[in-house]
Write a protein that binds this ligand. Structure first.
Ligand code: NAG
Ligand code: NAG
Length: 244
């Protein structure tokens, strides 16, 4: 009995030590919180209105791992990527916030950013796609963030690693002629509740692995080369108001 107790105590001690190793002491990370059941190490930062407080938290946790970061209900300038250099952040979600820009500089290659979710954020400088040119995200999901046009900067910055793109209620009205043409792995594209008027075959790669395209509630769609486009798709959801 005594032995068992000792073992339990030892185990508890080791768990404490290892979880402390992954998460910094809560006080150091304020106003953020760290949770870690081994993997992933998640930082949740809510209600941040002081950029310096966030910078201090990241400076204090400089030597600790970070896999996923969630920022919500905040008003600040940017996520200080310059203080996250050492981390493998594969997942970033920002929602219900106001910012000048998403990041202060492009994430570093070793940040391995794979999944980006932006929801209901107001960005003074708009979405600067060039901030993503150094990383290779696989999934980008954007909802309720104003992106009037997918222009040349998107085409030049977003790499062919992208497999899933969602632009939901982004007030998007137009795409560059070659908007998604470099995205040779894009198989899932959702662009619902937007104002797209023209969609062309040339906007996508050729051949294209696209098998899911959702343009629900787009007010008017014109497909040029529509036969080619349909031939390339396995599934199309179209609850359009108006087609052709
Ligand atoms: C980040 O990932 C690389 C390779 O996957 C690994 O060598 C490195 O130790 C990781 N760094 C951290 C801080 O987890
Ligand atoms: C969007 O975010 C703002 C804060 O920037 C918040 O006040 C508002 O309630 C959010 N809207 C929705 C629909 O969640």
């Amino acid at each position: 009995m005594k032995k068992l107790f000792l073992l339990t105590a030892l185990l508890a001690f080791f768990t404490l030590v290892t979880s402390q190793k992954k998460c910094p002491l809560p006080k150091l990370l304020e106003p953020c919180k760290c949770t870690s059941d081994d993997y992933p190490v998640l930082y949740v930062c809510n209600n941040i209105i002081d950029q310096d407080a966030l910078n201090t938290a990241f400076r204090n946790s400089y030597d600790y791992p970070l896999d996923a970061l969630s920022l919500r209900y905040s008003s600040l300038l940017y996520l200080p990527i310059s203080l996250l250099k050492t981390k493998n952040i594969s997942f970033i979600a920002i929602s219900d916030s106001t910012m000048a820009s998403i990041f202060d500089e492009p994430p570093h290659r070793q940040n391995k950013l794979e999944n980006v979710i932006l929801r209901n954020i107001s960005l003074q400088r708009g979405v600067d796609w060039s901030l993503f040119s150094s990383v290779s995200p696989k999934i980008i999901q954007i909802e309720q963030v104003a992106i009037k046009r997918i222009g040349l900067v998107f085409t030049q910055s977003i790499r062919s690693s992208l497999t899933q793109l969602t632009l939901l209620k982004t007030k998007t009205a137009s795409f560059n002629e070659k908007a998604f043409s470099k995205l040779t792995n894009l198989h899932h594209f959702e662009c619902s509740y937007n104002r797209i008027k023209v969609l062309k075959r040339s906007m996508f790669s050729d051949p294209s692995p696209l098998n899911y395209l959702d343009f629900t509630q787009v007010s008017f769609i014109f497909f040029s080369d529509c036969l080619l486009l349909f031939a390339m798709l396995d599934i199309i959801r179209y609850d359009f108001f108006f087609m052709f």
